[in-house]
Design a protein around this ligand. Sequence first.
Ligand SMILES: [Zn+2]
Length: 73
Amino acid sequence: MTLGEFIEALTGDSVEKVVSETRCVAEPIGCGQTLAGDTHFGHGQDGAEYEAEWKITGLCPQCQDRYEELVEV
Ligand SMILES: [Zn+2]
């Protein structure tokens, strides 16, 4: 099972749909918020990494940070 499939199974949402609608994946994994265009990911290397991660997991930068905090205990 890929991470995308895992997220789909858990939320009933799909990463493909999330990316095409430019938003965060549905709760409880994400926040379901619409992303405010290109600037939402920030600029430079960090922004590129957030965007790459979003295309895999469907998580917006805020939710990615939330999960990083949980992992880095
Ligand atoms: Zn989010």
